[in-house]
Write a protein that binds this ligand. Structure first.
Ligand code: DCT
Ligand code: MG
Length: 505
C-alpha cells in the first residue's frame, strides 16, 4: 500500500508531545521468541528509532533497547556494512559474526508480513557482499600506472567502490578541520589526496603503493604512513577530540549554519547544538530556526527510498503547473549514492518561456527562495566554488513515512504514549534553469563537489576556457560554447565522457 501522502504545509505546532517511556513497551506479547532485534540509532535518529522499536514490539517482535548478549539481529538504516562493523568495534564487540546484520528494509518487510522474513541477500547492508578488496601486495594490478593518474578528477573515473576508506576518512577529517579554520589551501590539499585514493582500484597497504601518484604532499603522506604502520592516524584522532572541531561539526550540522556562524557561536562560549538551541539571545535566521526545529530529522541521512518518494511528489506537483517540465534528481543520488544529506532537483521547462513563478506557487513547506541573478551574456565565474545564479530554493519537505501506520496508535488508549510522528523532514534543493543552460546546470549540480572543482580548474588551466553552472566560455575565441547534453560539454573540453556514477571523486 502506498502510504506516501501529498505534502502538507508544515505546521509550526509541535505534534510530538514527548517520547514514549520504554518501559511501557513491555506490555506487548512476544510472538517470535527466536530472534532478538536491536535497532541502531546511528544515522537514524532517536525519534525514528523509538517509533520503529514500538512498531516492531507491537507486532510481537522482541526488541532490545541495549545491545545485550541476547541480541541476534542488528538492523541499521543508511549505514554501510563497514560502518556497522566500525560501530560494533566501538561498542567493544569483538565478534560480529554472531549477529545477523541487516538493512532496515528487512525490518520493514517483517512489519508488512507480520512475521519474521528470511534475511535474504537483498536485505544485506551496502558493501556486505563485496569480495574483499584487492591489495597490490597480493595481486599486482598490471594496467595501473601511478604516474599516468591525472591530477584532475574529471580525468579519472571514480565509482563508489572505495578500497581506501580507512585513509580517505582520515584525510577528509583533516580537510574538514582546515575548512573550519578557513584554510582553503590545506583543506583542498587533503580533499584532492582523498579523491585520488578513492579512485585507486586496490587497497593501499605500503607506501610504495602511492609512489608516483599526484596530490601526495608531505602532510598527506605522513597521515597515510601512520595509518599503514599504526592502523590509525594520531592527527585525525587529535582533530576528532579537538573541542573547536567538535563544536564546529555540531554547529554546521544545523541547516543554515556555516563556518562563520559557528565561529561566532564558539567565541560566545557555546559548544554544543543543545547549548546554541537553548540560548535565547542568539539572533537566528529563518533558515536556522527551521534547522533547529527539524534538527533530529535533518541530521539523519536521506535514503534512496525517501529520495524516490520525494521525487514522485516533486514531479507530480511541478507537472501540475508545468506539464512539459523536466524534473531531474541530481547531486549524490544521481551519482548512485544510497544515502545523502539532502535531495537535489533540477527543473527546466522546454520551449521559449521559462517559469519564474514556479517557486511561488505553493509547492513548498519551508522554503528560502533566492531569485535568479543571471544576466544575459555574463561571463562564467572563475571562482571554483562560486554559487551559481539560478533561481533556487533551499527547502524542507514533509515526507510521510511509508510503512508507518498510526491508526491503531491513535485508538489504543491502554498505555500513555504520545502521538507518534509519522513523517520526516527532508532537505530538498530545487534549482530552476532556463532550458538552454540545462546541460551545464546538470553537470554542475550532479557533482561531486571535487569533480566540479576539477572540471573548472581543468577548463581554465588546460583549455583556456571558463566553465560554470550556466555556460562554457572560450577565452581565446571569445565565444560561448553551446551544448545540448553533458556529453557535448565534455567534448568541448576535450575530455572523455564520465558517467554520473563515475564522478564520485
Ligand atoms: N553544487 C553547486 N553549487 C552549489 C551547491 C552545490 O554546483 N552552490 C553542486 C555540487 C554538488 C551538487 O551540487 C550537490 O550538492 P550537495 O547536495 O551538497 O552534494 P551531494 O554530492 O549531493 O552530497 P549529499 O549526498 O551529502 O547531499
Ligand atoms: Mg545532495
Amino acid at each position: 500500500m502506498d502510504r506516501i501522502r501529498a505534502p502538507a504545509v508544515f505546521s509550526q505546532r509541535k505534534r510530538q508531545k514527548g517520547l514514549h517511556s520504554p518501559n511501557l513497551s513491555c506490555n506487548y506479547e512476544i510472538k517470535f521468541h527466536k530472534l532478538v532485534i536491536f535497532i541502531m540509532q546511528r544515522k537514524m535518529g532517536m525519534t525514528r528509532r523509538t517509533f520503529l522499536m514500538e512498531l516492531a514490539r507491537r507486532k510481537g517482535f522482541r526488541v532490545e533497547s541495549e545491545l545485550s548478549d541476547s541480541v541476534t539481529h542488528i538492523v541499521a538504516e543508511n549505514n554501510s556494512y563497514p560502518e556497522v562493523l566500525d560501530w560494533l568495534r566501538g561498542q567493544a564487540v569483538g565478534d560480529s559474526s554472531r549477529f545477523e546484520l541487516l538493512d532496515i528494509s528487512w525490518l520493514t518487510a517483517c512489519m508488512e508480513a507480520g512475521r519474521p522474513v528470511d534475511s535474504e541477500m537483498k536485505y544485506h547492508l551496502v558493501g556486505q557482499d563485496q569480495s574483499p578488496p584487492l591489495s597490490t601486495a597480493e595481486s599486482e594490478v598490471p594496467s595501473f600506472i601511478a604516474s599516468k593518474v591525472s591530477q584532475y578528477s574529471c580525468q579519472r573515473k571514480t565509482t563508489l567502490n572505495n578500497y581506501n576508506k580507512n585513509f580517505t576518512d582520515a584525510l577528509e577529517i583533516m580537510a574538514e578541520n582546515y575548512e573550519f579554520k578557513e584554510n582553503e589551501i590545506f583543506c583542498l590539499e587533503f580533499l584532492r589526496a582523498a579523491s585520488v585514493l578513492k579512485f585507486l582500484p586496490f587497497a593501499v597497504t605500503r607506501m610504495k603503493d602511492i609512489q608516483g601518484l599526484p596530490c601526495m604532499g608531505d602532510r598527506v603522506r605522513d597521515v597515510i604512513e601512520e595509518i599503514i604502520e599504526e592502523g590509525e592516524s594520531s592527527r585525525a584522532k587529535e582533530v576528532l577530540n579537538d573541542e573547536r572541531y567538535k563544536s564546529f561539526k555540531q554547529f554546521t550540522s544545523v541547516f543554515g549554519v556555516g563556518v562563520k556562524t559557528s565561529e561566532k557561536w564558539y567565541r560566545m562560549g557555546l559548544r554544543t547544538v543543545q547549548e546554541a538551541k537553548a540560548d535565547k539571545t542568539l539572533k537566528l535566521s529563518k533558515m536556522q530556526r527551521a534547522g533547529f526545529l527539524y534538527y533530529e530529522d535533518l541530521v539523519s541521512c536521506v535514503s534512496k527510498a525517501e529520495a524516490d518518494a520525494v521525487s514522485l511528489i516533486v514531479k507530480n506537483t511541478v507537472c501540475k503547473f508545468l506539464p512539459d517540465a523536466l524534473v531531474t534528481i541530481t547531486g549524490g543520488f544521481r551519482r548512485g549514492k544510497k544515502i545523502g544529506h539532502d535531495i537535489d532537483f533540477l527543473i527546466t521547462n522546454p520551449g521559449p518561456r521559462e517559469d519564474d513563478e514556479l517557486l511561488h506557487k505553493g509547492l513548498l513547506l519551508y522554503c528560502d527562495t533566492i531569485e535568479s541573478t543571471f544576466v544575459r551574456d555574463q561571463l562564467p565565474s572563475r571562482k571554483v566554488d562560486a554559487m551559481d545564479n539560478f533561481q533556487k530554493c533551499f527547502a524542507i519537505l514533509k515526507l510521510y513515512q511509508p510503512g508507518v501506520d498510526n491508526s491503531s496508535y491513535n485508538t489504543s488508549k491502554n498505555f500513555d504514549v504520545a502521538e507518534v510522528k509519522d513523517w520526516k523532514a527532508i532537505r530538498v534543493d530545487l534549482v530552476i534553469t532556463p532550458f538552454e543552460q540545462y546541460p551545464y546546470a546538470l553537470l554542475g549540480w550532479t557533482g561531486s563537489r571535487q569533480f566540479g572543482r576539477d572540471l573548472r580548474r581543468y577548463a581554465f588551466h588546460e583549455r583556456k576556457m571558463i566553465l560554470d553552472n550556466h555556460a562554457l566560455y572560450d577565452r581565446r575565441k571569445r565565444i560561448f560554447l553551446k551544448a545540448g547534453s553533458e556529453e557535448e560539454i565534455f567534448a568541448h573540453l576535450g575530455l572523455d565522457y564520465v558517467e554520473p556514477w563515475e564522478r564520485n571523486a
